[in-house]
Design a binder for this molecule. Structure first.
Ligand code: NAP
Length: 272
């Protein structure tokens, strides 16, 4: 099947394709006729039954092994035209009361090894003078969520990486998309780690507000439609996706309002 997307992009690699946003991105690409290599830690969780879908086992906690899995899949695919670094998880708890190993792991998975796959992906794309690198950041990079310090920091860092790369790929035929979703209804909130003993004042209220926002969020198919449009535009940029407040109003306030106003809004949102 041919489509405007498959006319431009032949193959894609999507991390965290077993559920949520990654699953929706993979389905969108397959429906458009793009061949997809999708990952999960346990490939048995990859239930997409499609002749053009290839399951890949990938654990982002192990950088060298994750890069090997990516490069091996790339050999079979003949190179990836789209790479979507989507896999990730949340950790919720007061920073000072949580074992530092929890934060370190989040940094390793969501920043260091996500950057590692971006590095490997860009080398291939720049050599072929084509491709789209998509890193899934978050509105949390600019509107930090209370009690999710490491998550906010990794997403802010990932967006900074994306912005830096946009300058570097200019004129090369390669594009970089910094994709920043608001809350979408996925398995994310169910898989958020809440380490024991990590209590802080206001934590329960913040957790209640966070879960309510996640559960009332739109379905991931909306994020996939936004990403498809961005890929078809064919140029580097930041894409915000989600409810009007999170995709339009909040980023406007983040850019043009005062930092104090931004913090006040977050405090109200999270009942602090
Ligand atoms: N949902 C939202 O509202 C939202 C908002 C902003 C940003 N995001 C971002 O969007 C991305 C996807 O989140 P989601 O909401 O779709 O969550 P999700 O439904 O929980 O999916 C997370 C995916 O990441 C994979 N994953 C988790 N830890 C991994 C690890 N250590 N190594 C390799 N793969 C791992 C999971 O695969 P397995 O468990 O099967 O291995 C799963 O496929 C994340 O980067 C998240 O931060 C989500």
């Amino acid at each position: 099947m041919s489509s405007p997307l498959s006319a431009r992009y032949r193959t894609a690699f999507v991390t965290g394709a077993s559920t949520g946003l990654g699953g929706a991105f993979a389905q969108m690409l397959l429906a458009a006729g793009v061949e997809v290599w999708g990952t999960a830690r346990d490939p048995a969780r990859l239930k997409l039954a499609h002749a053009m879908f290839h399951p890949v086992a990938l654990e982002l906690g192990d950088g060298p092994a994750a890069e090997r899995a990516f490069l091996e899949a790339g050999k079979v695919a003949g190179g990836f035209d789209i790479v979507i670094n989507n896999a990730g998880f949340g950790a919720f708890g007061a920073f000072a009361h949580t074992d530092f190993a929890v934060w370190e792991e989040q940094f390793r998975v969501m920043l260091v090894n996500t950057a590692r796959l971006s590095h490997a992906a860009l080398r291939g794309m720049l050599a072929r003078k084509q491709g789209a690198l998509v890193n899934i950041s978050s509105i949390a990079g600019e509107f930090g969520m209370p009690y999710q310090a490491a998550y906010n920091t990794t997403k802010a860092g990932l967006s900074a990486l994306n912005e830096s790369l946009m300058y570097e790929v200019k004129g090369t035929g390669v594009i970089v998309i910094d994709f920043r979703p608001g809350d979408y209804r996925t398995d994310f909130e169910g898989s958020v780690r809440r380490p024991p003993g990590a209590a802080g004042p206001g934590q329960d209220k913040a957790w209640a507000a966070f879960t309510a926002m996640m559960q009332s969020g739109p379905a991931p198919v909306g994020a996939a439609a936004d990403l498809e449009r961005a890929l078809l535009r064919g140029r580097s940029g930041t894409v915000r996706s989600g409810r009007f407040f999170q995709a339009v109003l909040a980023p406007f306030i983040a850019r043009f309002g005062s930092l104090n106003l931004k913090r006040k809004i977050q405090e109200k949102y999270f009942g602090l």
